[in-house]
Ligand binder design. Structure first.
Ligand code: GZL
Ligand code: ZN
Length: 327
């Protein structure tokens, strides 16, 4: 008899607890799963595709419930997604801000809702660093410097028309995006070491192949004596290759090309000699992001900034590593 009563009582307890539990459970309704809202930039490049895959795979492996939104490159869509994550009471919000400015209001809303925010990949210009827990991503200024340093070291070979000047045309990333601003800054500071190197034209190709192709076509029509292209990502560099070949020139030979990312298609072009040097920008941020989210939700101290490991590749190095590359 006693056993039966206990069982009934414990059943009652369990259902009360469950009811109580589900009233203040997070968005998933299943209490022990961490629910992450991730607002992605879009699907503009091979880098972004690899980055999205890494985040989705890592969330799965970490046992998170992931609510994922693709903003098609529009800031207002990212802001809308973050607001909906707040309404859904997710446990943590992560996103890659498409541009640096305009985030304070929505980040204040997340803060008032006590939902921690983690920045990945791109940074915001908010003065108030209490608006996010940490930033996980590359040092884009250093990436630009590495590209410029290679050009300074290889200046002689890069003066393709032999006129003593190394004229560079620059394909910029998305206007206002941290990687575009910082890579241009790093590159300019590095090439200042050699006054013969000059950026004679610079325009955004919005990190896409098509953008890179169109801007390169216009540069080929408007600029004389182009020796080098510095593209802020592989995708724009690959678009530039199409334009250069359409103009009857040999990419990597008649025009030197330096890019950033080191995604598969970029590394193949480097191995073929159509690109001359690539600075790696690691998209595989997923594992570190999930770890940081767990630490934040366990109220553990996290560093203000976590910089990703990344390197550079010459043609020989690309040929060597291509077979083992994950992306
Ligand atoms: C860099 C990332 C950039 C890549 C581009 O971390 O934000 O955006 O370099 C991507 O390929 O579009
Ligand atoms: Zn020249």
């Amino acid at each position: 008899m006693v056993k039966k009563t206990v069982t009934a009582a414990s059943m009652l307890l369990v259902s009360v607890a469950a009811l109580a539990g589900c009233s203040d459970s997070d968005a998933s309704g299943d209490d022990d799963k961490i629910v992450m809202g991730f607002a992605q930039v879009g699907a503009e490049s091979g880098w972004r595709t690899a980055n999205t895959e890494s985040i989705k795979e890592s969330a799965e492996e970490a046992g998170f419930e992931l609510k994922f939104s693709d903003a098609q490159g529009k800031q207002e869509n990212q802001i809308k997604a973050i607001r909906s994550f707040i309404q859904q009471k997710v446990d943590v919000i992560a996103f890659s801000p498409v541009v640096e400015t305009g985030w304070d209001a929505v980040l204040q809303e997340a803060k008032r809702a006590n939902i921690p925010v983690i920045l990945t990949d791109r940074a915001v210009d908010s003065e108030d660093t209490s608006l996010y827990e940490t930033f996980l991503g590359s040092d884009f200024v250093l990436e630009g410097e590495k590209a410029g340093e290679w050009l300074v070291e290889n200046a002689a070979d890069s003066d393709v028309d032999g006129d003593g000047d190394i004229n560079v045309v620059q394909l910029e990333g998305t206007t206002g995006a941290a990687p575009a601003i910082d890579r241009a800054e790093g590159f300019a500071s590095a090439i200042a070491a050699d006054p013969a190197i000059e950026v004679t034209a610079s325009q955004t190709g919005d990190f896409t192949r098509d953008g890179g192709k169109q801007v390169m076509e216009s540069f080929l029509n408007s600029e004389d004596g182009i020796d080098v292209v510095f593209a802020h990502n592989d995708d724009m560099g690959l678009g530039a290759i199409e334009a250069i070949e359409a103009a009857g020139l040999e990419p990597g030979v008649d025009v030197k090309i330096i890019t950033v990312d080191a995604v598969h298609d970029g590394m193949e072009a480097l191995a073929e000699g159509k690109i001359n040097f690539i600075v790696e920008c690691n998209p595989l941020l997923g594992p570190q992001l999930m770890e940081l989210a767990e630490q934040v939700l366990d109220d553990e101290e996290v560093p203000e900034r976590v910089v990703t490991e990344e390197t550079t590749f010459t043609q020989e190095q690309a040929i060597e590593v291509l077979p083992d590359r994950k992306y």
